[in-house]
Design a protein around this ligand. Sequence first.
Ligand code: CA
Length: 297
Amino acid sequence: MRMGRALLVAPLLALALFIIVIPLTPTEYLIAVTPVYAGTPGFKVKEAYTDKAAYYIGESVTLYVVLAWENLGQNYTLDIDLYETVNDTKVQDLGTLTVPGTTYEATDETELTFDSLTGLTAEPGSTEYEIRVVDTGSGLLVASAKLTITVAEESITLSVAWEDANDDRVIEPNEQVTFTVFITWAFVNASRSYNLFVDDAGEHLIDAVSITAGGGTAQRTWVTAWPSAGARTLRFMLKDARGDVVAERSLSLTVGQAAQPAQPSKASILDLIKANIYLIIIVLACVGAAVVVAKYR
Ligand SMILES: [Ca+2]
């Protein structure tokens, strides 16, 4: 009988609990037992980003952090740091921020700017960082957000366009040709002076070129004419003060009507064999056939 009563009572208790507790979702339950105005205090890094998509080596970085908070019941002093995530090391102390927890500003957000940050762009590549916000009162991490800083390698390129005097795209002997050299650079970390040369069967200085920090473009012109028809190969070079080539562009042209390059005057027998290999194979095959025919006739 006692067993039977227990079997009867247990489902009734379960049903009672179900009726009382289950219809209350956690939120409703919280509201039912706590004052409506006091939610859980919280912080959040809504955004963390840099002022540029990529930096040159050694460039200083500006960082923007949007920090939001809600339901604060007291003032908080936050310590904000920047960590490098791979080695989990603190690379920048971004200072502290006191957030007022009065009712008026209990829920709010602010954008923080950290400019002229150095030491973050020493090497080319992308590095992941994390903004970490710590409540100095409790020592707890209350918000964080990741961001990536990209450092680009220096790039300097040359491109060349030319125009013949009568603009028919055929360079005649003794016709003046104007070459325009476009110099384009990006992620250069300091201003520099270079010299632009052209090698046309001998090097000629065209002009000096000043490259400014960051990115930019410049153009220089070089005017020439060739007295005779034939193939020309030009090599435009940007050189530093030591004479090292930092950028170059080669260009092949044919002066005059003779569009085919002349046969090299000092070609070796091997070069001639390579150039005429199919003709040689046919000749050898014919000779072999002639020998066979002569022998068995
Ligand atoms: Ca022409």
